[in-house]
Design a protein around this ligand. Structure first.
Ligand code: CA
Length: 270
């Protein structure tokens, strides 16, 4: 490229190029930082704190699995293919016990759907919980789901916390009615997934079928990893309510017997 057009002296031309190069570099760095902040969140954003007795934010659901029974999770045998969750003692995130969702070879799901949790247009709800993967196949593209904010319809959920290719991700949207194509899906990365490591999650969802209104914030181990993300398919599907399902749900073709432990679930409305 000729940086010294005829009639211009070389030193001036070089200086202009150098200044332009620096300006370009600054613009690229600024753009990169903005993009990184969009995905990774602002460093100063702190996670919502669980309501106190004096708070106006009502707690909708809580389960620490210390009582030894799973009654609070409701009775949904259709979610147990083939095994229901069990209470396990030791290596808990909180207290002594947690809930273990186990899937053997050729199994498909072991999930809980706490009764009475319904999410509608305009609801803003915070979900605080901890998960631990155990003996999970991590180097696979086969889908594996830990939490679903599931629509009432037959499609895949608008929002789900998943593990894929050794990473945690959150997103969804496959099968939303009225979306063209209906296979539109969008996930954002939440960092590496490692077996036998407890991870604390806080997920704040503004439920809306309009992508301009529906938004997600996520904190991982107290660090903001997603800030004000608006999935293109919204956080609800039009005309449908959503509910909460958590546990472990995966491609039935996965042969490895593995499990997911959950502990310290608290859900509240903001
Ligand atoms: Ca516990």
């Amino acid at each position: 490229m000729d940086v010294n057009p005829p009639g211009q002296d070389a030193p001036r031309g070089n200086r202009q190029v150098w200044i332009a190069a620096v300006a370009f570099l600054v613009a690229v760095l600024a753009g990169g930082m903005a993009a990184a902040l969009a995905l990774n969140g602002s460093p100063g954003a702190s996670a919502p704190v669980e309501p106190t007795a004096e708070s106006n934010d009502p707690i909708l659901f809580a389960a620490d699995f210390e009582s030894g029974d799973l009654e609070a999770l409701g009775d949904t045998p259709w979610n147990h293919r083939p095994t229901p969750p069990t209470i396990v003692t030791g290596d808990a995130r909180q207290g002594r016990s947690s809930a273990e969702y186990y899937i053997p070879a050729n199994g498909e799901r072991s999930e809980s759907a706490p009764p009475g949790l319904r999410f509608r247009e305009g609801d803003v709800v915070v979900f605080s919980f901890a998960t631990q993967l155990r003996n999970m196949s991590l180097d696979t593209e086969d889908w594996q789901v830990l939490v679903q904010w599931k629509d009432d319809g037959d499609s895949s959920p608008p929002v789900a916390l998943v593990v894929e290719n050794g990473r945690y991700e959150i997103g969804g949207g496959w099968g939303r009615s009225g979306t063209d194509p209906q296979s539109a899906v969008e996930y954002v990365d939440l960092g590496p997934a490692t077996n036998y490591e407890w991870v604390d999650w806080v997920v704040r969802i503004q439920f809306a079928s309009d992508p301009r209104q529906g938004s997600l914030d996520v904190w991982r181990d107290g660090v903001s990893v997603v800030t004000d993300w608006h999935p293109v398919t919204g956080t609800l599907y039009p005309g449908l309510e959503s509910y909460l399902k958590f546990g472990y749900y995966r491609d039935a073709g996965i042969q490895t017997p593995s499990s997911v432990r959950h502990d310290d679930w608290v859900v509240w409305r903001q």
